[in-house]
Structures are given as C-alpha cells and as structure tokens.
Unconditional design. Structure first.
Lengths: 82, 402
C-alpha cells in the first residue's frame, strides 16, 4: 500500500492523486534580502521528523488542505481542513 | 559484506586517530571513491571515512547499478562520460572483478515528440563525447528481440536512442574494491561510527564529533546520502535538497538473456537483466519527501503494468524482492559538488537517482579539489554557489523517468 493522504473532503486517497506543497519558512537569522530570496527559491528544511505540509487534491476535489506527517515513517499525525 | 569479498580481503581495522588530513563522512560509493583517488592519484592517505552503518549500506546498495553518460546538458555529458571511462578501467586498476558489463542502453520513443527528444539526445551526446545514435524500430528489435515493438498496441516503439556504452556493475564489489584500494594504501574506514556533530573553530569546520570521540581534520567532506541536510545544518548551511525515496525490485531468475538495458521515459520505467538472470526494474521517485525505507505494493503493481507493454515475457515471472533508497533531489536534477562557503567543509550531494554511475568521476574530481585546492574544470559548473549565481543546471536527461 502506498501512502494514503487523508483529504478532508474525499477521505483517504492514494498519494498519486495529490500534489505536494511545502510550507516554506525562511529562517529568521537570514536578514539580507537577497539571501532570503535565494532561500525562498531553492532551499529546503528537508526535515527528518514531523513536518507540516500542504497538499492539493489535483485528481479529486481540487482543494488545498494541511496535514502533519512524520517523514521518517510516513505516518500522518494530524489533518487540518483549510 | 558478502562471502566473496570476505574471502578475498586482508584488511586491518583500526580505531580512529585523534586527527587526520581529510575526514570523509559516509562510506558509500562517493565517499570511498574520494578516499581511493586521494590515495592513488595524490598520495594522500592520512584519511578516514566514517560510516554510521556498514560500507555501501545506504544508497550504494539500494540502486539499480546502471552506468551511462547520455545526459541532457553538455557539462553533465562530459562529467558522466568521464565516469563511464573510469568504470571501464576500474576492474583492471583495482584488480577486482566488478562484474562490469557494457550492455548498451535503449531509450524508447513512443510518440513523435519523444522521437524528436531522442534524436536530440543522440546529437547532443555525440557532440560532447558520449556515443549515442538514433536507431529505427527494426534495429531496436534486432538489438532486443524480446521487445514487443508494437508496445501492446498502445505504446509502439517509433525509434530509440542507443547508447552502446551503457553498462551495469555489481554495486557491493564496486564499493568494496574502492574501500580496499584506499585501506591498503593507509586510509582508515570506521564502520558503525556515526558522525554526531561538527567541530567548529570560528567560521571553519575543524573536525567531527563521532560516536568514538572527537576527530580533528584539515578538510571535511560530506559524502552523506539521504541525511545530508542534517549534516549541512551542523555547519550552519541550508541546502537546496529534498529527499524522496526511490524503489526498485527484481523478479525471479530467468534464463532468457535480455541484452541491452531498456528504458522508456513515457512509460516511466527501465529494466535490465542482472548476471544472476533476475529482471531488475526501476521507475520514478515517490511523490512525497520522505526518509522512510518502506517499499510499497502499489509501486510494483504500477511498474509491472507499464513494463509489460514493452516486455510481455515478464508476465510469467514472479517478483522476488524489492527495496528502497532515499534520494537527495536537487532542484535542477544535477549533482552538487565542491566547496560550500564554509571553510574546511566540502560537499558532494544531490545525487538523486543518478549517483551510482557517477561514483568514480565524483570521487576523482572531489579528490582533485581537496588535494590541489582548485576546483577541477569538470565539476566547476556543479558548485553549490550556482543557485546564488543564477546558473542552475537543469537537466532533463538526468533522471531517466521523470
């Protein structure tokens, strides 16, 4: 079984129906505007552990929602409709 | 370690010293190749490679061992061709049988657009040193008689780009040959010794904190796969990397000899036959960023459904086992090699789904950079600073399947 994403509108659906969206956070210690732009364009937290992320149900209701997922196990921790 | 390697090798394992000239983090292909070429090309042997697990147990042992140079941009074609050339001589150089076999690689086109893309690939590759030609369906059939040239009616083969130097090699023999070559010249490899932190001396990275104590070093190289963002964060760096898992699987042994490696970017899969006779299939990365090594049934089901269009004989085979690696994907699908902006800290990452084929050239070039202090021309375009300079290296030919 591949990863199932819990869409708040359509229920648990295969990950292949969705588009992944990262919640970008430029770290506060970057103050130079150019550095912040560079970070926003290219850099990632790439965090090992629980992350908050957005998903777009492209082959379903076509709405965005937010979930919390553990990237080391792919377990979904929490779902928030938005 | 497999029994073949164990029988052959007389290695001495030593505890870590207090300091080394060069410390490499990660004893996978790229880390070991860097140590190997530092020793053989530059006589630098006061080198340690730290590994949290065992040699070649990360992505070096979780790939599909394909070696090719038919990439999509000039700088990449040159770099990977260097790797193809080094691989060809590696058995003789290390005096080890690496099961390296040039099989040729066929990249199928099932539409007019794909035919144009493959023709373009052939031209570009040939121009920059990687022999590739466009072949018509009849010749494709001759090169690979098992292929259903009608593609089950839905995916007809309208032609293919043929890369005769496409090859495979046995992954654990490659990493162990490099480990042995480095160690018999004096380099140390420390398995089961995770690097837990970096020692900072002002701006500079001056050593590593390991499970076996602190170790000082003149240069630290991160050849980490899968967890590279974590080690970079220890040096205060943020990387343009997201890690995704990549799955692959093999079928049971099969006598029929599939000659070339078969790939299709429209059907999103590639297949080759291993020396044991297993059919080895791979495809695209999983869509979500993840560090999980879990494999999925959906993947096997999907890839089989697509692959059977071209290789219908596989319908009679059984899936023997599957595995997963964690790939560090760069935004432009090109590797990142060289300095990091943090003094004393070098990096080789962004090896996404194209790391195995680059092992010798990646190691050779990183070794040259560390030994001479000058960025070799071959990897100059692949520096981490390319993103700030707005010189990304977008390469449509790097990952075969997406």
């Amino acid at each position: 079984m591949s990863l199932r994403i819990p869409c708040p509108h359509c229920g648990n659906r295969s990950v292949h129906e969705f588009v992944h969206g990262e919640v970008r956070q430029v770290p506060d210690h970057l103050t130079d505007p150019d550095e912040r732009d560079l970070d926003l364009a290219f850099m990632h937290d790439n965090e090992e552990g629980v992350v908050t992320e957005r998903w777009f149900h492209a082959l379903g209701c076509r709405r965005w929602f937010e979930i919390r997922r553990d990237t080391t196990t792919d377990r979904i921790i929490e779902r928030r409709a938005s | 370690m497999n029994e073949f390697v164990e029988r052959q090798m007389k290695l001495t394992w030593r505890p870590p010293k207090k300091s080394y000239d060069v410390v490499i983090v990660g004893a996978g292909g790229h880390g070991l190749a860097t140590a190997y070429y530092l020793a053989t090309r530059h006589g630098i042997t006061n080198v340690a490679v730290f590994e949290r697990g065992y040699i070649g147990g990360g992505n070096s042992g979780r790939n599909t061992t394909i070696i090719r140079a038919n990439y999509g941009i000039p700088a990449a074609v040159r770099f990977y061709q260097r790797s193809v050339d080094l691989y060809r001589g590696l058995e003789e150089e290390t005096d080890r049988w690496l099961m390296h076999q040039a099989k040729g690689l066929l990249w199928m086109a099932h539409s007019e657009a794909a035919v144009r893309a493959e023709r373009m690939r052939a031209k570009l590759n040939t121009e920059f040193g990687a022999e590739t030609e466009f072949v018509e369906p009849q010749e494709v059939q001759e090169l690979c008689p098992q292929l259903d040239i009608e593609g089950g009616g839905r995916w007809p083969v309208l032609g293919a780009s043929y890369h005769p130097q496409g090859a495979t090699a046995r992954h654990d023999r490659v990493v162990w040959a490099l480990a042995e070559g480095a160690m018999e010249r004096g380099a140390h490899v420390h398995q089961n010794t995770p690097v837990e932190g970096l020692i900072l001396d002002g701006e500079r990275v001056a050593g590593v904190r390991t499970a076996a104590g602190d170790v000082a070093a003149g240069a630290i190289v991160s050849a980490v796969g899968g967890h590279v963002s974590r080690i970079a964060a220890m040096a205060g760096l943020r990387l343009p990397i997201r890690s995704h898992r990549l799955q692959a699987f093999v079928t049971n042994h099969y006598r029929q000899q599939l000659g070339p490696i078969v790939a299709s970017s429209e059907l999103f899969f590639y297949a080759s036959q291993t020396a044991r006779g297993e059919m080895l299939l791979g495809a695209e990365i999983d869509p979500q960023p993840s560090f999980s090594y879990r494999s999925s049934h959906d993947f096997v089901q999907d890839v089989c459904r697509r692959a059977l269009n071209l290789l219908p004989f596989m319908a009679n085979l059984r899936v023997l086992r599957q595995w997963t690696g964690v790939c560090d994907m760069s935004p432009d699908y090109s590797p990142i090699m060289g300095r990091t902006g943090v003094p004393g800290f070098f990096i080789t990452t962004g090896w996404g789904t194209w790391g195995f084929k680059a092992i010798p050239a990646g190691g050779e070039q990183m070794a040259e950079l560390i030994a001479t202090g000058e960025v070799p021309e071959l990897i100059a375009p692949f520096g981490l600073d390319r993103f700030a300079r707005d010189r990304t290296m977008a390469d449509r030919g790097s990952a075969g399947t997406h």
